[in-house]
Design a binder for this molecule. Structure first.
Ligand SMILES: NC(=O)c1ccc[n+]([C@@H]2O[C@H](COP(=O)([O-])OP(=O)(O)OC[C@H]3O[C@@H](n4cnc5c(N)ncnc54)[C@H](O)[C@@H]3O)[C@@H](O)[C@H]2O)c1
Ligand SMILES: CC[C@@H](O)/C=C/C=C\C[C@@H](O)/C=C/C=C/C=C\[C@@H](O)CCCC(=O)O
Length: 251
């Protein structure tokens, strides 16, 4: 039994919900948020039935809204006294709404990470883990969704940069990324008007294959259990489950 307190953003459905369930199965307590209040409440009811009323809590929050996000994070601390694991998962894919894509996929991940770091460095027990959900599109170019790809590269650059910082090491805070290829959730559905070249997108997705969410959860748990995960980016595709090798220039 792990017994930690975790926060997961955008967990009313999809990968966020799968990560929440995996954490609950380990014996963690989870507070999750989503902008979709109806789906969030339904998921909360289902999870409470399986894992107990006190172990899981849904709170509505649009991570784009700074005050709402701050308030959500503070309410988690009020309820569970601490946060040990922060999973910045909420994300969208829409090239026609590229500013919103950057706001949710990158700016809010930065905000969520900073909220978690501030709390984790001040708490008496110290330490914590931040898991930022990037994408395989965070380590390679993807022609049909350049803004999404930029947001996911940004998540990795931000996380790897903080991971090097001595202050994080001193406070035993680790920051790591998860980089799935295509998984069977709503984000990959009905995207024809959201990408540059829907035919190409479908072709690439067919080539790569679609993962069940359980496979991504397996990679998520592997990262959680790995003491040496700081500053790393775990790729997960139908064939690969391994950290990406970065070729940083040697100066
Ligand atoms: N499914 C894939 O193929 C895949 C691959 C790589 C990375 N990812 C990433 O995984 C993460 C989860 O995506 P998913 O596949 O579960 O998609 P999804 O669409 O099923 O779930 C995303 C969730 O985020 C929520 N959300 C969106 N905007 C929000 C906001 N402003 N505030 C709070 N919540 C918000 C949605 O309501 C939804 O519940 C995303 O960051 C996505 O980019 C997904
Ligand atoms: C049809 C799917 C698409 O519209 C939605 C995708 C949403 C999320 C998945 C994303 O995170 C994963 C992307 C992975 C890309 C992997 C491979 C590319 O490098 C291949 C690019 C080839 C090309 O663009 O020519």
């Amino acid at each position: 039994m792990s017994g930690k307190v975790a926060v997961v953003t955008g967990a009313a459905r999809g990968l966020g919900r799968a990560f929440t369930e995996a954490l609950l199965k380990r014996g963690d307590k989870v507070c999750f948020c989503d902008v979709d209040v109806q789906q969030g409440k339904q998921t909360e009811n289902e999870l409470k039935k399986n894992f107990g009323d006190d172990n899981v809590q849904f709170l509505p929050c649009d991570v784009r809204k700074d005050e709402e996000f701050k308030d959500f994070f503070n309410r988690v601390i009020q309820k569970y006294n601490t946060v040990d694991i922060m999973v910045n998962n909420a994300g969208i894919m829409n090239e026609n709404q590229w500013r919103t894509t950057i706001d949710i996929n990158l700016t809010a991940v930065i905000h969520g990470s900073l909220l978690a770091m501030n709390h984790m460095k001040n708490k008496s027990t110290g330490g914590g883990l931040i898991v930022n959900v990037s994408s395989l599109a965070g380590v390679m170019p993807v022609s049909f969704c350049p803004a999404y790809t930029a947001s996911k590269h940004g998540v990795i650059a931000f996380s790897r940069s903080w991971a090097l910082h001595p202050e994080l090491k001193k406070n035993r805070i680790k920051i790591t990324c998860l980089c799935p290829s295509f998984a069977d959730t709503d984000i990959i559905k009905g995207t024809d008007d959201k990408v540059h070249g829907p035919k190409l997108a479908r072709m690439v997705m067919k080539q790569y294959g679609l993962m069940v969410t359980d496979r991504v959860t397996e990679a998520f748990l592997r990262v959680l259990d790995d003491a040496d995960n700081n500053g790393k980016a775990m790729m997960v595709t139908p064939k690969i489950m391994d950290y990406h090798t970065f070729h940083d220039p040697k100066l």
